[in-house]
Design a protein around this ligand. Sequence first.
Ligand SMILES: N[C@@H](CCC(=O)N[C@@H](CS)C(=O)NCC(=O)O)C(=O)O
Length: 226
Amino acid sequence: MSPSYTIIGTPFSTFTRSITLGLQYKGIAYKQVRVTPHSDTAYENHPFGFLPTLVIHNVDGRSDVKLRESQAIARYIDRVAPEPSLHISPGDGGAVIEEQMWEFVSFAGAHGFPAVEKGVVKPRVAGNDAGKLSDAQIREEIKPGVEKLQKFLAEMEAVMAPDGFVYGEKLSWADFFLYPLLADLRAIPEGELLSSRLRGWMDKMGELEAVKATSEGTLSVGARPP
Ligand SMILES: N[C@@H](CCC(=O)N[C@@H](CS)C(=O)NCC(=O)O)C(=O)O
């Protein structure tokens, strides 16, 4: 019996969406259990209650494996479904070596998640939803976060190809790790910080079937967890 897959994580989770983007793009069927971080189900599947976990059922014809950490999951997906490839080759978008794509992925996770989600998107959404502060007050509150976000966006754009995907003509995991963060950002007033290059890239991404198939339940379409 070949493996089947369950992804543990709400579509609202940006790391979860990076993985479902990859699964969709590669045509791998999966079930999704829509839970928030630190819920009972999150802890049952992840030692620290984070999202996502990919449950690989019947991995060896008998047992299940719970795979955590989105980059480990991406590596697994690439091994079982190498095509269509989400890797780059030297020369794509000005890259010199393939591993630069993983550097970009790690920048998005390690620096993008705090800069975009923690510093700006979450406090902005919480402020708007609570309805107690004016737009000007929220802007004042998130000012330090906005400054960090501007730096993050500028640095990421600086390593992107001048047009096309992150690595020019070649779609890669780099696009799938950055996109969920910036799709959320675009849905709030601070989306005004996105440059024309980043907006153009997002429009191009928005044409992908994988992006359309994973937008439901995300902040980018106005949803709330789970
Ligand atoms: N290094 C992890 C990070 C995953 C992560 O931070 N996920 C978020 C949801 S998008 C989470 O579970 N956060 C819980 C928390 O920050 O306490 C990965 O790449 O999978």
